[in-house]
Design a protein around this ligand. Sequence first.
Ligand SMILES: [Zn+2]
Length: 337
Amino acid sequence: MLSIPGKKAFVASLLKRTRLTSLIPKLSPALLIVLAYHRIRPEEPGFDPPFDRGVFGPTVTEFEEQVGWLCRHYRILSEAELLALIARQAEPTDPCAVITFDDAYKDNYRRARPVLERHGAPAIFFVASDIVERRRLGWWDQIAYLVKQTTLDTLLFRGETFALADRVVVIRRFLRAMKCEPAERTERFVEELASACQVELPSVEAQDAELMTWDELRESAGGVIAIGSHTHTHRVLSTLPTEVQRNELARSKYEIERHIGKEVRTVAFPTGGANAFTARTMQLAQETGYTAAFSYLGPAPYNRWRSLQRFNLRRLCPPDSFAEFAATVALPSVFAR
Ligand SMILES: [Zn+2]
């Protein structure tokens, strides 16, 4: 018997083979679908980066196919078009999509941007200003790096023993545990893990190579791409006192605007799940001058125009394979994870 993910993949490929995914956007209610990408994967079979594999999405070829399909069946909205529709309380009857990328990875500039420009497809890059400024990768990449680099067979960490035969499982477990931890704890966690793994943290050069520079962001902002905020230090806002949240939102807006010379109008809350921000966070985003804010996943990761929440625009994580991608975008209520 097929598992639920197996059934979904089967139905998705059936939809693709019968070309129904081309018709569904025309038949389904006019939703606003916002896609949240992180990284574009190189075309290497068995690709195993030194950092977190989990944030890599489609290859350039897969992304090109996805963007091409979106261009044929959806109105891909720029940040400005989206905000104008929201301001007018419009309810477009044609299916609309927004493409977003989080975390300022270099491949957004090198691999995603040329595809977007070729198709004239707009997108928003959400960046954490402190990550770009200090050239230091997020804790998820640091944790993955340490577990991958250690030569130990077993890891003794905080009183628990971890078999390192399957490192992916161990990395996934640490990342899940850290997702909603306050920043002080994630920093201490990374330091303690480095010492337990007997591995030095990645060099500044290695981290720098993974991230976009301010020059690249400024250059990107001149074309089809808008630059949005992903806060200053990428801390989970719901874990922070009000004034610290306010500072995260305001400082990031100020720093990005100072570097790119354009207004920053939108923010994506770090990690973005329902427990990563509060009603107060949404209010603070408005008070600090943003026009809209984006979250991530949740039980229904798509938006109906009529009940749209301007400071909680839901995003979904698109699958890599084209069949599943088309089915997920066209029928998010059935296929979105
Ligand atoms: Zn992020």
